[in-house]
Each structure stands twice: as structure tokens, then as C-alpha cells.
Design a protein. Structure first.
Length: 85
């Protein structure tokens, strides 16, 4: 993979995560937001990422999300940035 492909791949994964994260944590007043963390994680595990036109397998796609959360570029809990950045 070229550097540009890696950057595009990471950006696509982050965008998909961001869309799901925002949708999950929208309008949660009065609810326990951390209970939604597994919902975000489960949805991302179902995602199949692509590099150019080639679909990546589940293991590779899941690994990308775990990698980004280890950096931490993304997170699962509503306040992940306060806890991990």
C-alpha cells in the first residue's frame, strides 16, 4: 500500500466511525451514555472496509478500528476524548 492509500483508508474508517458515533450518542439526555459504547463497537465490527476497489475481510476491517482506538483517534464511550487523549 502506498502512503496515500493508507491515509485514505484511515480517513474512511474514521469517517464511518464518526457517523455511527454521532448517531448513537445523539439525544441521550437522561440515559446512561456508556451503555451505548457496545452499540458503536458492534456496528463497526460489521463494517467491511475497502482499499481502492478491494473489500477487506472482517479481521482486517476490525483491526483497523482497534488500531485507531489504540492511537487514540477514535473511541467507544461518549467521553472517550477526555479519558484517553
Amino acid at each position: 500500500m502506498t502512503r496515500e492509500e493508507v491515509i485514505r483508508f484511515n480517513n474512511e474508517a474514521k469517517l464511518r466511525w464518526h457517523n455511527k458515533f454521532r448517531a448513537t450518542y445523539r439525544n441521550l439526555e437522561g440515559l446512561a451514555p456508556d451503555s451505548k459504547a457496545l452499540e458503536v463497537l458492534d456496528e463497526m465490527r460489521r463494517e467491511k472496509l475497502r482499499i481502492d476497489e478491494q473489500q477487506m475481510g472482517t479481521e482486517f476491517s476490525n483491526g483497523e478500528y482497534y488500531y485507531l482506538s489504540d492511537l487514540p483517534e477514535i473511541g467507544w464511550h461518549s467521553d472517550w476524548e477526555k479519558k484517553y487523549k
